[in-house]
Each structure stands twice: as structure tokens, then as C-alpha cells.
Design a protein around this ligand. Structure first.
Ligand code: MLT
Length: 408
């Protein structure tokens, strides 16, 4: 008899963003006259920049001739891309990461979800609350939790991110083995300083733990005092894996490309406590289960690092940050507290005592604006909503006018 993985029955029926998409579609069907403005899922709206399109076209053209055609590429990514990532994203920032420590993939969601496969099922996992749901759900699927009760899974260590701690997780009181961190944060938009990250690196060293650091929103950091990679922190190479994405940084949500940095110094321990290379484990997993990102997509990603590409993607992110500024100012003028939106595309709004799904419904039905209910990211997200800056300037301005009217 074929039997299902029972852990799946512990999950909520559908993934947060699929659930929201369905609610919005149902509403739209019944209200076909409403022009809905989507500030929910963090999906980019601007076209790929010209330098990236040229790289993409060049890659496609090469596939059209026998002389330059490519079949399977290296699973870890082509050297032309890994070299540029290592230089631009790390070495130029003083972080000693080499090209062979970079694994190119089809995006950070898959990598952050899949990485937990490398670890024993009985490790202690610490996860922020609120949190990007893929980290938690994949640990549930793997059997690292008990049942869901009172908005939480038993067996998981939750790190509350609240106004009182500036939405930054505190170091856990109990000993944990695997720690998920995300900065600039999704969903709150909060950022961490070098001193904050040093605290985590020190914790991981002391407790022989590992940090999974999601830096998918790093390109939105404009404050020069903030770290752009965890490897700016001394010793992080032994205790941290970093995930990056071209999705938000260069508009690749539909194109799919990201990468994971697994330093060769990074260690994990086997069942008798001996150090093992995490790089070798991930390499084994990656080469077994993944056949590489398509050649034209890697050529497109390479173009992000060209002189023109750098200027063009920066302008694109500046435009989203300008939207974020407009959202922050509106939220402020309406008298709500918020965090995020200055080094991040997300604004995390305190709805005071409003239930976050009720707030979501109110904005959808009264303003025709989609946001993300904070409770979908965890218990600490109750009474909050997340507004995303990924849309056109016109739509963001119009959404803010509608929200002002709806909340008058
Ligand atoms: C989000 O809205 O949180 C993200 O866009 C979802 C994702 O990147 O998968």
C-alpha cells in the first residue's frame, strides 16, 4: 500500500501566497469592475533591464548554432557567473568567498527550503516569528515538528520578533542547532547591524550551531553602515550559509536564478561528533538532484554585474524604494506604527487591535488593494499587515489614495 508522508497532514491546507491568490481571484470574479492593485506577494513588476535582456538574447543566440550550443552545464553554475558573484558580491566587500563556494540555482525559495535535508531530523531548529513560511513548512514536511496548536508547531523553537525587540530575534535561551535568519527581513523589513550578526556568529560557534542566512533582499540596503553579507563578520564562514536571489535584486521572479554560498570552512558534525564538510554534503545533494540553471538565464544573471547592468538594476531598486517611501509616508499620516521600507521593499504595519485577516479583507473590499496578512507569517504577525513596494509608481500612489479613503 502506498502511504503518504504523514507530516504533510500537519501543514495548513495551502501555502500562504496560494491561499491569498485564491481569495483575491474569488473576490475579483465577484467584483469584475474593481481594478485590484496588488501589494501582496513580493513579485516584481518592472521589465528586465536592457543589459540583462542583451545577456539573455546572447545566450539564446548561442543555443541556436551547433558551434556555440550548450548541453548540460556544471550543476553548480558556469564559472563565468560564479566568478562575477564571488568578486562583486563578496570579495569587493572584504568577504573572502571564492567562486567554488557558490552554488547557482533556480532561486532562494528552493534552496532555503531544501537545505534542511542535510541535517538530522532530531536537531533543534530556531525560527523567527513572523517568518517566511517556506523555512517552517519544509521542516514540518521533514518531520522536525509535532502538531500545530495555538498557532505554533510543537518541537520548534520560535524567536518572537516584536516591537519591544525592534523586530530582531533575541538569542535563544535554550540551546539550538540550526538558526534561520533573514535580513533585510521578510516580512518585517527590519535590518540587522554588524554587531547583531556578530552576536549570532558567536552563538553559533559556542553552541556548534549553524546559521542559514537569507539575504534575498540585500540589494535594497542603502544604509552604508549595514552589512550586505554575513561574511563581513569574522568567523561567519565556519558557521553560516548564505542564500541570495536575483528575483528582487534584478527582477528575476519569473526568470528564476539565485545562489547559495556554502564556504569550504563551514562545518557540520556527524553522529559521533566529528567535523564534516557542509560544502561536500551540499555539493552531493545539488549534483544528485539538480542539473543546473539554463545557459541563457545564467548569461542574463552575469549581465547584472556588467557596468551597465549594475547601474540599471540599481535604478530599478531605487524606483521600488521610492514606492516604499510613499507607502511609509501614507501609513505614517494615517497614524499607524510601522517598520521597514527604507532598506527593504516591505512595510510592516501595526493595525493596532485589528485582526490581520480582517484588515486584509477590509483593504481588499473597501480599497481594492491586496496586502499580506501578518498572521500568515506566524503568531507574532497577528494584528499586522505587510505592504509590498513592488508595483508601478502610479499603482502605489493610487493604492495609497484608496487606502486613505477606506480608512478615513
Ligand atoms: C514574499 O512575498 O514573501 C516573497 O515574494 C515570496 C517569495 O519570494 O517566494
Amino acid at each position: 500500500m502506498i502511504r503518504a508522508n504523514d507530516n504533510y497532514s500537519k501543514l495548513k491546507a495551502s501555502y500562504l501566497f496560494s491561499d491569498i491568490a485564491k481569495r483575491v481571484d474569488d473576490y475579483q470574479k465577484k467584483n469584475s469592475g474593481t481594478q485590484i492593485i496588488r501589494l501582496g506577494i513580493g513579485d516584481v513588476t518592472k521589465a528586465l533591464v536592457p543589459a540583462v535582456i542583451k545577456g539573455f538574447h546572447d545566450g539564446v543566440d548561442e543555443m541556436a548554432s551547433d558551434a556555440t550550443f550548450r548541453g548540460y552545464g556544471p550543476e553548480q553554475g558556469y564559472a563565468f557567473l560564479r566568478d562575477k558573484i564571488a568578486k562583486n558580491d563578496f570579495q569587493d566587500r572584504g568577504a573572502d568567498i571564492s567562486a567554488d563556494e557558490i552554488f547557482v540555482s533556480d532561486g532562494a525559495k528552493c534552496d532555503t527550503g531544501n537545505f534542511q535535508e542535510l541535517f538530522a531530523t532530531d536537531i533543534r531548529v530556531a525560527i523567527p516569528d513572523p517568518v517566511y513560511p517556506a523555512y517552517l513548512d519544509t521542516n514540518v514536511m521533514a518531520g522536525r515538528t509535532g502538531e500545530f496548536a495555538d498557532g505554533r508547531y510543537t518541537g520548534m523553537v520560535y524567536m518572537d520578533c516584536l516591537k519591544e525587540n525592534n523586530f530582531l530575534p533575541n538569542l535563544p535561551d535554550e540551546e539550538v542547532d540550526l538558526i534561520y535568519l533573514c535580513f533585510p527581513n521578510n516580512p518585517t523589513g527590519s535590518t540587522a547591524t554588524r554587531a547583531d550578526l556578530k552576536g549570532w556568529v558567536d552563538y553559533a560557534k559556542k553552541h556548534k550551531a549553524l546559521i542559514l542566512f537569507d539575504a534575498a533582499y540585500e540589494a535594497f540596503v542603502r544604509d552604508e553602515n549595514l552589512p550586505r553579507t554575513i561574511y563581513e563578520i569574522e568567523g561567519a564562514k565556519e558557521v553560516a550559509v548564505e542564500f541570495r536571489s536575483f528575483s528582487k535584486a534584478a527582477g528575476f521572479t519569473g526568470t528564476r536564478c539565485g545562489f547559495t554560498v556554502v564556504p569550504k570552512d563551514c562545518r557540520v558534525f556527524n553522529s559521533v561528533g566529528e567535523k564534516t564538510s557542509l560544502h561536500s554534503l551540499w555539493n552531493r545533494r545539488h549534483t544528485t538532484k539538480f542539473n543546473g540553471v539554463s545557459y541563457p538565464v545564467q548569461k542574463a544573471a552575469e549581465a547584472v554585474y556588467s557596468e551597465a547592468g549594475k547601474v540599471q538594476v540599481k535604478q530599478q531598486i531605487d524606483a521600488y524604494l521610492k514606492n516604499a517611501d510613499i507607502i511609509r509616508k501614507t501609513i505614517d499620516s494615517l497614524g499607524f506604527d510601522y517598520v521597514g521600507g527604507n532598506n527593504s521593499p516591505y512595510i510592516w504595519v501595526d493595525g493596532k487591535d485589528r485582526d490581520s485577516w480582517d484588515f486584509f479583507d477590509l483593504l481588499l473590499t473597501k480599497a481594492g488593494v491586496v496586502c499580506t496578512p501578518g498572521a500568515g507569517f506566524g503568531r507574532c504577525g497577528q494584528n499586522y499587515i505587510r505592504i509590498s513596494a513592488f508595483n508601478t509608481l502610479e499603482n502605489v500612489m493610487s493604492a495609497m489614495d484608496r487606502i486613505k479613503e477606506a480608512l478615513k
